[in-house]
Design a binder for this molecule. Structure first.
Ligand SMILES: [Zn+2]
Ligand SMILES: [Zn+2]
Ligand SMILES: [Zn+2]
Ligand SMILES: [Zn+2]
Length: 347
């Protein structure tokens, strides 16, 4: 059991913190959006737009040239460059230029690009090569944490159902038919047998998920909206505009603890027959193994706890071992709108 788990467990171990580099980063690119939006005064980028250039990996035209932190004279779009760094980091433990294999130091500036954050690439300094793989992952997660708490608060402020339902779950669900409430209860693993009136079902729902904030989180993830009482497409998920955004610009999806463990095992390269995989998951659930770690608060999560995980998985150097946010952090920042910096203070 333990040896199997060590293979699967690809999460961070010890916290390691380093400040952002004070020396000039050689290359800086905005992470979000296809087009780089760095101002003309920012000479870390190549001079101006270069529509003739193609990315050597995907052959798409490059809107803004990225000056590489190595001697290479080829061009990459940011997406391909980022994925290539993540792939080399995952295979060798170091981010390297895909052409010349020069090691690249990566940092994340959460305040750059108008608060949307930006990856910062530079040549490695002396001593950088000794940084452990887990320390790199941890350092980037720590640099990204202020942005993630901001994104959570923004999600809570803009979602039409989340905070109102957390304040008044019965009132928020009152207009929905009994059949929908029963379907919702079954969806979260509850049993509607014996429930006669709506209040009974809502009480059971609250008991089942652990409270009003958790019920609000569940309903928000399902795409329930206050203005359309009869949409309850269980498993449909939030519409794009209501999704929680990840620090990398991707969408965070709410998964059960079991589903997240399944994803981690599948992504670890283990070739398991489906029934063998489910057997292992049963074992993990029973043993209470905590293989998922919240990238915000560093807590090892119980296998039955829901978790928000980034759809970009391990394909960005910003979170090359995937990115998870626990429900406690979701409640803290998105539902309760806390301003504190507990996430970074605990590291
Ligand atoms: Zn490309
Ligand atoms: Zn290179
Ligand atoms: Zn992400
Ligand atoms: Zn957390």
């Amino acid at each position: 059991m333990e040896s199997f788990l060590t293979v699967v467990q690809c999460r961070r171990d010890a916290a390691a913190s380093r400040p952002l580099p004070t020396d000039d980063a050689l290359a800086t690119l905005e992470l979000h959006g296809a087009v780089c939006q760095i101002g003309a005064e920012d000479n870390q980028l190549g001079s101006g737009t270069s529509h003739d250039e193609e990315c050597v990996i995907c052959f798409d035209a490059i809107a803004e040239r990225l000056v590489l932190p190595c001697e290479c004279r080829v061009s990459y779009c940011l997406g391909c460059w980022d994925r290539a760094l993540a792939a080399s980091f995952n295979s060798s433990g170091r981010a390297r230029c895909p052409t010349c294999r020069t090691p690249v130091r990566v940092n994340f500036d959460p305040e750059a690009a108008g608060g949307r954050g930006r990856l910062v690439f530079s040549a490695e300094n002396e001593g950088d090569e000794s940084e452990e793989r887990s320390d790199v992952v941890n350092r980037l997660a720590e640099q990204a944490a202020p942005l993630m708490t901001r994104l959570l608060r923004l999600h809570g402020e803009t979602h039409p159902l989340l905070r109102p339902m957390a304040r008044d779950p019965a009132g928020s669900l009152a207009s929905r038919p009994v059949s929908h409430l029963k379907a919702l209860l079954q969806h979260v693993g509850g049993d509607p047998a014996g429930c006669v009136v709506k209040a009974d079902i809502i009480d059971r729902l609250l008991l089942r998920v652990g409270g009003a904030p958790q019920l609000a989180a569940e309903c928000a993830a399902l795409g329930l909206r206050p203005d359309s009482p009869d949409i309850l497409e269980l498993g449909g998920g939030s519409t794009n505009s209501l999704c929680l955004r990840c620090v990398c610009g991707g969408n965070m999806k709410r998964l059960s603890g079991r589903a997240r463990c399944r994803q981690l095992i599948s992504g670890s390269g283990q070739q398991l027959e489906p029934q063998v995989l489910e057997f292992w998951l049963d074992q993990l659930m029973r043993a209470g193994s905590r293989m998922v770690v919240c990238d915000l608060c560093d807590e090892h999560l119980s296998p039955d706890a829901p978790v928000y995980t980034c759809g970009n998985e391990d394909s960005t150097i910003l979170h090359p071992t995937t990115y998870d946010c626990c429900e406690s952090c979701y409640v803290r920042y998105a539902v309760e709108g806390r301003e504190d910096n507990l996430a970074t203070a605990r590291r």
